[in-house]
Design a protein around this ligand. Structure first.
Ligand SMILES: Cc1cc2nc3c(=O)[nH]c(=O)nc-3n(C[C@H](O)[C@H](O)[C@H](O)COP(=O)(O)OP(=O)(O)OC[C@H]3O[C@@H](n4cnc5c(N)ncnc54)[C@H](O)[C@@H]3O)c2cc1C
Length: 448
């Protein structure tokens, strides 16, 4: 049998690539350094609840890159999805409709009617443009078109950016924003709906993909940390792997796919001078990740029937309240309810326990001001902070085709996938999109 293609990492990027290659009869070996599959989506059990690694939701539901891959593999029925579409904004004036389509914008009670019409005029040309056209706007900041809007409409934009990009509008490229609007437009074959695995745990997506790879004869090994990718005469010849007992071994191969953030991998996996320094420095500039503090709260009664609520306005530290057990009750034991509240922070703040404590206490005050029964229903809370949420850069000039390429010119057999590499979309959707784009390149190399 041919040498396996070694895929480093078993997150959404590594597993979608692995599944696409295995489906077409290629021999794949996935090496994952942690004990489980899922990468940043890995979930865990805590006090009989299924806790995700922070709140995870699938943008674009059945139009997402992940679902497209599952469909192409013929295994979409293995992943039952709960639809996430009961979403509202909360402002000091109360709850407001979350627009599911362009027409809903006219009902957007969050902002005055005149502003709704202006908003529609602004968004319609974007929504009916094409993905190709959006490339012309990749260097332009979103704020170029939102600067002149009134404060209410700007607050709406900020809320949408928080939802779609976990970031503020001044950090978002107009091109990336427009692609999201196009993909959310049902008249262009898109959807603004979201999804979440019905059985609980966002990593069930990775388990479905992992099972498929094994069925196709692929190999997945956890607790295997790849230390070096060996390149000789500009060709991949193998990897050096370290297992949990710290013993190193060499695995020969002529093709390696790196699926974790490229700006980290390029600085870890290669002997000096193998990769051009200037290229590495250019990719290092893509290390612009978003960081968040998110808190799981378990409750003994249901304080809302909605699935997601976005508090709007500068006054709120809490930018999203996700009622996970309203999306699917499978995440919680009977009689208990699970919510997660989150807010973006600076990367340095994720290591500041005092800061995190203050954020949690502010969130609790805010949630109980919206839901007076929150405090008495609270069973426990579990705060977490992530320095790395997405490696999807959204800044003007660093999006879509300006991201890490799937191949480095002049090096044979080396490929890159995952959310830091050329792709568009949010988080896991972007990681899966990179696999759709890269898999044919890997196959054409393997078939040579
Ligand atoms: C708190 C939080 C909330 C999020 N919310 C959402 C959301 O709502 N929707 C959404 O779509 N996305 C969301 N994301 C982002 C999403 O999780 C990521 O974009 C996506 O999972 C990235 O997948 P990936 O395969 O590119 O990388 P990863 O998931 O990082 O996978 C890389 C894998 O490589 C492994 N690895 C690294 N180094 C080595 C090595 N040397 N040897 C072997 N293995 C190695 C890692 O352990 C990891 O398993 C969120 C992320 C976080 C942290």
């Amino acid at each position: 049998m041919s040498l396996p293609t070694i895929i480093i990492g078993a997150g959404v990027g590594g597993l979608t690539t692995g599944a696409l290659l295995a489906h077409d009869g290629h021999n794949v070996m996935i090496l994952e350094k942690s004990t489980k599959l899922g990468g940043r989506t890995a979930s865990m059990k805590f006090k009989n609840h299924i806790l995700d690694n922070g709140f995870h939701i699938m943008p674009f539901y059945k139009k997402s890159a992940i679902f497209t891959i599952l469909k192409n593999l013929g295994i979409e029925s293995r992943l039952k999805l709960a639809k996430v579409d009961d979403i509202a904004f909360y402002a000091t004036t109360g709850f407001h409709i979350y627009p599911k389509g362009m027409i809903d914008l006219l009902k957007l009670s969050l902002i005055p009617f005149k502003s709704r019409v202006r908003l529609l005029k602004l968004l319609l040309p974007l929504a009916f443009s094409s993905i190709e056209k959006t490339e012309l706007w990749d260097e332009i900041p979103l704020t170029k078109i939102t600067n002149d809007l009134d404060a209410d409409t700007n607050a709406f934009f900020e809320a949408v950016c928080m939802l779609a990009f976990a970031d503020t509008a001044d950090h978002i490229s107009l091109g990336e924003f427009a692609r999201t609007i196009i993909r959310a437009n049902p008249f262009k074959g898109g959807t603004s709906e979201f999804a979440y695995p019905d059985g609980g745990g966002y990593d069930s997506i990775c388990h479905v993909l992992g099972d498929f790879i094994l069925e196709k004869g692929g190999d997945i090994q956890t607790k295997q940390s790849v230390k070096k990718v060996i390149i000789e005469n500009s060709k991949v010849t193998g990897v050096i792997v370290c297992d949990s007992s710290n013993s190193e071994k060499f695995i020969p191969t002529n093709s390696v796919v790196i699926s974790y953030p490229a700006y980290t991998a390029l600085n870890q996996l290669f002997e000096e001078n193998v990769i051009d320094r200037k290229f590495v420095q250019k990719i290092d500039k893509l290390n612009k990740t978003t960081s968040v503090v998110e808190v799981h709260f378990a409750l003994n009664s249901q304080i809302d029937t909605r699935q997601v609520v976005f508090p709007v306005g500068d006054d709120y530290v809490t930018k999203g309240i996700f009622f996970i057990s309203n999306i699917t009750p499978s995440v919680s034991p009977s009689g208990e309810h699970l919510i997660i509240a989150g807010t973006p922070v600076l990367p340095s703040e994720t290591e500041d326990s005092e800061k995190i404590k203050n954020i949690v206490s502010k969130m609790k005050q805010e949630i109980s001001s919206i839901y007076p029964k929150f405090n008495s229903a609270l069973l426990w809370e579990r705060p977490m902070a992530w320095k790395l949420v997405e490696s999807v850069v959204k800044e003007p000039g660093k999006v879509w085709k300006s991201k890490m390429p799937h191949q480095i010119p002049g090096i044979e057999g080396l490929f890159f996938v995952g959310d830091s590499t050329i792709s568009y979309g949010i988080g896991t959707d972007s990681a899966a999109h990179s696999s759709i784009l890269c898999a044919p390149k890997i196959e054409s190399f393997l078939n040579c």
